[in-house]
Design a protein around this ligand. Structure first.
Ligand code: ATP
Length: 404
């Protein structure tokens, strides 16, 4: 694609964003169109207020998901993929995974085609939301979940299949004890992919002034995969971040690290789940493998009141796709009941990654203020007294009005 004044660039590991970037979006399925419609005006208002009209986003919709299929196109047309790749930053609503239709899900296709290797979820509490723990505000973490390997690579053999029999035979030759009725799955964790995930997590901590990165793994049991993930993480910290980040174990005993240095340590995954509940304030960025990250990010989101208030991003090198953490919720689609909070916060995260932090912060502050005012959608209100229950669109308007 020819570079124009509206094209976002990627140089020295950073996005270079013009004053009027063109950003592709697609609303997705189910409640997607409603939450997207509620979100874009909030983002526009924040950009307008933050930069006094000198910056603005030129949104343009690209065909994908249900709308594309209705127009006789593929679920994720090749041109849409090219457009996202060329524009580098895109935002999408939740999309349905077609069951048994032979299509890969849009998210899997995007992740593979664009090599979006880091699934990023900031999790924090917003006052006004009902949470199941006593002090939800103590949790404020950003989870970097490796998005491309681990047991999700789909290398699985059903019990009784020729492949399972063959593989089990090979493994038995090597001394492994495998029952005849076992299905087999392979866990793949590579050096390159572990290193780039931890690199992205440490960079994020440095950018945001977060002082601690914790590598979460199950290396006490799975040494060659989970253990290696942690070892490679420390390796990249030592090799590439000298003076800016340090493995906790490399600090001379009893010496606190200098103020601007990120300390990298590690936790066994099961202990991490306890720590998140018992001492959440101790943690900043968590970097972890795919399966751990899947569990951990939903558990952390639940701790602060659920997926409705957690944004999401899928980051690659020089390309990023932002999406809310909930699904399409077909049961409430089209009724104005959907909470656009996750989508709005996802937009704030997008602005931050673009380097438009002033606008991103305004979105988050306005969202928090709206909830503090006791104005929220039905799911968050949960029948509590003194709450004004708003529709999806009304909530979006209320947040936009609260932009300071
Ligand atoms: P998918 O199959 O796309 O994952 P889903 O509906 O099975 O969709 P979720 O989207 O995670 O999975 O939703 C589970 C339930 O939570 C929904 O049925 C809906 O009632 C509720 N829900 C999810 N997202 C929202 C939202 N943004 N606002 C309000 N309720 C929501």
């Amino acid at each position: 694609m020819a570079k124009t004044a509206s094209t976002i660039d990627w140089r020295d590991e950073r996005y270079v964003v013009p004053d009027r970037p063109a950003i592709p979006f697609f609303p997705g399925d189910g409640i997607g169109p409603e939450v997207m419609a509620a979100t874009l005006p909030v983002l526009d208002a924040a950009v307008q207020r933050a930069y006094g009209g000198t910056r603005a986003i030129d949104w343009f919709e690209v065909p994908a998901a249900g709308r594309a299929v209705a127009a006789g196109l593929d679920l994720l047309p090749a041109r849409t993929l090219d457009t996202i790749r060329d524009h580098r930053i895109a935002i999408k609503g939740p999309t349905m995974t077609p069951v048994g239709s032979g299509h890969r899900s849009i998210n899997v296709a995007l992740r593979q085609a664009l090599d979006l290797y880091a699934n990023v979820r900031p999790v924090r509490y917003f006052p006004g939301v009902t949470a199941p723990v006593v002090n939800p505000a103590a949790l404020d973490v950003v989870i970097f979940r490796e998005n491309t390997e681990d047991v999700y690579a789909g290398i699985e053999y059903a019990n009784g299949s020729d492949h399972a029999r063959h593989l089990a035979g090979l493994l038995r030759d090597w001394g492994a004890r495998i029952p005849d009725d076992a299905g087999l799955g392979i866990k793949v964790i590579s050096r390159l992919k572990s290193r780039r995930l931890v690199r992205a997590a440490v960079r994020h901590a440095l950018d945001k002034g977060i002082r601690r990165v914790t590598l979460v793994h199950k290396g006490n049991i799975m040494k060659a995969t989970e253990g290696a993930f942690a070892a490679w993480g420390y390796e990249v910290v030592r090799q590439e971040f000298a003076g800016r980040a340090v493995p906790a174990g490399d600090l001379p005993h009893g010496t606190p690290p200098p103020d601007d240095v990120v300390v990298v340590d590690d936790r066994i995954a099961d202990a991490m789940f306890q720590d998140l509940l018992l001492a959440p304030q101790r943690f900043g960025v968590l970097a972890t493998t795919n399966l751990n990250g899947d569990y951990l990010s939903d558990a952390a989101a639940a701790q602060v009141g659920g997926l409705g208030v957690a944004p999401g991003a899928n980051l690659g090198d020089g390309v990023a796709v932002f999406e809310p953490t909930h699904g399409t919720a077909p049961d409430i689609a089209g009724q104005g009941l959907a909470n656009p909070g996750s989508m709005i916060l996802t937009g704030a995260l997008m602005l931050e990654v673009m380097g438009w932090t002033e606008a991103g912060t305004r979105v988050m502050d306005a969202f928090a203020a709206t909830l503090r005012d006791g104005r929220m959608t039905r799911d968050l209100a949960a029948g509590r007294p003194g709450i004004t229950v708003l529709t999806t669109g009304e909530f979006g308007q209320a947040v936009a009005r609260r932009i300071g």
